[in-house]
Design a protein around this ligand. Structure first.
Ligand code: DGL
Length: 286
């Protein structure tokens, strides 16, 4: 089974609506998904894991990304999560099959919701996808979009410099502008009308990307679409949190595999809910 057929499992061993949602990424990028979940599902508790010791995943092999993702799934399961969100395009592209096989709670990745929205909004059938080398190489967006609509052409472009630029905080900077122009020119020249931000870091440079792509190109943010899909899924399974978690209940907990302080500084710069702390854990023990 590939992600293109089923990105959301139906298994469900945890019917406790008050249980947390597990979310993971290779590092800080998944915080763009967390931010959307906080906005769209304010009653949910979140356990976030960022693999800051082993980032980036985007230039690693499938086997390695699957091994890392399975360790993280086992770690998140120790919190009795009711669902897991794979808030990393690379892990969604490579590891969904393995995770689905081994997990007894529903899992949702970021690729399918983004692909579905792009297939819906394109008018001229020319969709650009920007992402890591791994995600582009996997052709996962192409496969899924073409399952929905055969008449659409997808143009993938790996943009490996965007992740370090975002992590350096160069969100609005002439250097980022210049690099974005170089990456996007070939997509603009082939007249795409839709651009998928296929890496969880990219929503943070959305305004630069929008400026360069121009007003005729619709940007699709899979982080936003994933939170909407999560809401639909939890509602459908009668698992949506109904009441705001009690004060002092640690609604949002953050774990990383290295550099917790740096993570907290970055997280607080993009999420305004106040991420007071993050704990470092030895993920390879799981
Ligand atoms: N979070 C990753 C993704 O969405 C990008 C960073 C990395 O390469 O690990 O693909």
């Amino acid at each position: 089974m590939t992600e293109t057929k089923s990105e959301t499992t139906n298994k469900n061993s945890n019917t406790d609506k008050t249980a947390p949602i597990g979310v993971f990424d290779s590092g800080v990028g998944g915080l763009t998904v967390v931010r959307e979940i906080m906005r769209q599902l304010p009653n949910e508790k979140i356990i976030y894991f960022g693999d800051t010791a082993r980032v980036p995943y985007g230039n690693k092999s499938r086997e390695t990304v699957v091994r890392f993702s399975e360790q993280i799934m086992r770690f998140l399961k120790t919190f009795r999560v009711k669902t897991i969100v794979v808030a990393c395009n690379t892990a969604s592209a490579y590891a969904m099959d393995a995770l689905e096989r081994d997990c007894d709670v529903p899992i949702i990745g970021v690729v399918k919701p983004g692909a579905r929205m792009a297939a819906e909004v394109t008018r001229n059938g020319r969709i650009g996808v920007i992402a890591t080398e791994a995600t582009i190489g996997s052709q996962i967006y192409t496969k899924y979009i073409q399952e929905l609509n055969r008449n659409v052409t997808i143009y993938g472009k790996a943009c490996p410099l965007f992740v370090p630029l975002v992590e350096e905080g160069l969100l609005e900077d002439p250097v980022t502008d210049e690099i974005a122009r170089r990456y996007l020119t070939e997509l603009i020249d082939i007249d795409i009308d839709t651009l998928i931000l296929g890496c969880t870091h990219y929503p943070l440079i959305r305004s630069t990307l929008g400026k360069i792509a121009g007003p005729d190109v619709t940007l699709v943010n899979p982080a936003y679409e994933t939170a909407r899909e999560l809401r639909r899924m939890l509602t459908g399974m009668d698992l949506l949190g109904e009441d705001a978690p009690k004060l002092g209940s640690n609604q949002y907990q953050f774990y990383v595999s290295d550099m917790a302080e740096k993570f907290v500084t970055f997280a607080n710069s993009i999420i305004k809910y106040g991420i007071l702390s993050a704990k470092t854990i030895r993920i390879e023990q799981y």
